[in-house]
Design a protein around this ligand. Structure first.
Ligand code: IMP
Length: 203
């Protein structure tokens, strides 16, 4: 089965391709469909944004589409930046811009380590060309460090330490991050669905 991934973020395409390598699907990127317009992520929940992206791309390509909307929820900030993670710093030019985590570290400057809890959230939405959708959620709990560490990954990885670890996501090998990440967990749920779907088709 071919699925179009509704993002032009190369790091995300790479990460999702890697995590879905064992699934019975071929992941195409939106770069294969340059005429599809960019979805405006103007909804106030991960689920609504992911579904909107997936439906628009499924309709534009006529193929099953998979969209991911994700972000970081920080306890001490009442769940911010949440759906606004990619543009937390007013001058950030993308979700990979270090100014986002620099602002976060500044906002948490006086917050002690036991109050620096946070979670990454990922909602994967799968949409069919007729507009039907299905969503899968994954969460990764952890805490925000006091300074950036590590060079791998993207976005807030250098300041996020997953629960039980003293290393940030940016200090972990790709496979280690995948086994702990919100995106990895959402993909596991998608995988369960796709496997039961292909079994159902065999019978
Ligand atoms: P979107 O899902 O493309 O709307 O953007 C979500 C934003 O949340 C990204 O641009 C990053 O800033 C942040 N984010 C989501 N997932 C991760 C991750 O795995 N590591 C670091 N930052 C992430």
């Amino acid at each position: 089965m071919e699925i179009v991934l509704a993002t032009r973020n190369k790091k995300k395409v790479e990460e999702i391709r890697r995590i879905t390598a064992d699934l019975p699907i071929t992941v195409l990127s939106l770069d294969d469909f340059p005429d599809c317009p960019e979805t405006v992520e103007d909804r106030d929940s991960f689920e609504a944004n992911a579904s909107k992206k997936a439906v628009e791309v499924a309709m534009c390509t006529g193929m099953i589409s998979l969209a991911d909307d994700s972000g970081l929820e920080v306890d001490a900030l009442g769940g911010a930046p949440g759906v606004y993670s990619a543009r937390y710093a007013a001058d950030a030019t993308s979700g990979n811009d270090p100014r986002n985590y620099e602002k976060l570290l500044k906002d948490l400057k006086n917050i002690p380590s036991h109050e620096r809890g946070a979670q990454f959230v990922c909602c994967l939405a799968m949409a069919y060309p007729d507009g039907r959708t299905r969503t899968f959620f994954g969460y990764s709990r952890g805490r925000i460090g006091f300074e950036p560490r590590g060079k791998k990954g993207f976005g807030y990885d250098p300041v996020f330490l997953p629960e039980g670890f003293n290393r940030t996501f940016a200090e972990m090998a790709e496979e280690e991050k995948d086994s702990l990440s919100h995106r990895g967990k959402a993909v596991e749920k998608l995988a369960e669905f796709l496997h039961s779907f292909s079994k159902h088709k065999e019978n």
